[in-house]
Design a protein around this ligand. Structure first.
Ligand code: SAM
Length: 237
């Protein structure tokens, strides 16, 4: 049934699917009247529905049941990553959604050479929706863009544990084994961080984290750091 899940931001007793969701239903799954589907609204609720009609541009379904999905992490973990080249940011958003990140921030920083625009941000939001559908999440992590590191760091003010993976950190200033509450994780882009950026993060309350002796590619660091954190919190058991 996982492929018969559809994102619908405003679910009503009679809900209409259009655009990509409609194309997936009609062209890929070839759904017909009477088929059972599941809608999710991105806020954590999901709905059983029956296809009422499939037209040329829209599918109409009737909602017959509703529940709160149980796939979310108990402890929120937010991931911030420097904008990456090519489709690497998409990869990070996809894997972060699957692993259970509460939200994802993408930022520009001194040595960041990738750029973001509205189209790219919308593409990342779509990647998050599709990953949520595939992994059975009913919540879709928000994806936000910050034009500089200071704004990205400020967006983590509410998090209990602020952790900054830095390739030149000599040691970790926080114990990842001892995490018990909300975490904000920061990982740099391919170009890494400037020493002044590391100092600014520490001044903003972030603990420097070493991910070991080897320098990881940015996307590897982001996914590994998130996975290790969620494991430590007991969210991957
Ligand atoms: N350009 C940098 C260099 O030559 O040293 C490497 C940057 S690395 C590819 C991208 C990001 O991954 C870093 O900014 C950091 O956040 C994270 N990272 C990679 N390896 C790490 C490590 N061993 N410890 C902590 N963070 C690491």
């Amino acid at each position: 049934m996982s492929s018969r899940r559809f994102f619908a931001p405003c679910v009503a007793p009679e809900t209409v699917l259009r655009g990509d969701e409609f194309s997936h239903a009609r062209t890929v799954l070839r759904l017909r009247e009477g088929d059972e589907i599941v809608l999710f609204d991105g806020t954590g609720r999901e709905y059983d529905a029956i296809v009422r009609s499939v037209g040329k541009t829209e599918l109409v379904c009737g909602v017959v049941g509703e529940r709160v999905a149980d796939k979310e992490c108990r402890v929120p973990v937010r991931l911030l990553v420097g904008a990456l080249k090519g489709d690497k940011t998409e990869l990070v958003v996809q894997k972060a959604t699957e692993l259970g990140a509460a939200s994802v921030g993408v930022f520009s920083s001194r040595y960041c050479s990738a750029y973001m625009n509205e189209n790219k941000l919308q593409r990342l939001e779509k990647v998050a929706r599709e990953a949520a559908r595939q992994c059975l999440r009913a919540s879709v992590p928000a994806v936000e863009y910050y034009p500089d590191l200071a704004a990205a760091l400020a967006s983590c003010a509410e998090y209990d544990n602020k952790l900054f993976a830095c390739e030149f950190a000599q040691r970790s200033d926080a114990d990842l084994h001892a995490l018990r509450s909300s975490c904000a994780l920061v990982v740099g882009s391919e170009g890494g961080f400037a020493p002044e950026e590391f100092e600014a993060a520490k001044a903003a309350g972030f603990a420097g984290i070493s991910l070991g002796k080897r320098i990881l590619r940015a996307e590897t660091a982001a996914i590994a750091f998130l996975a290790v954190t969620l494991f430590s919190l007991g969210e991957l058991e």
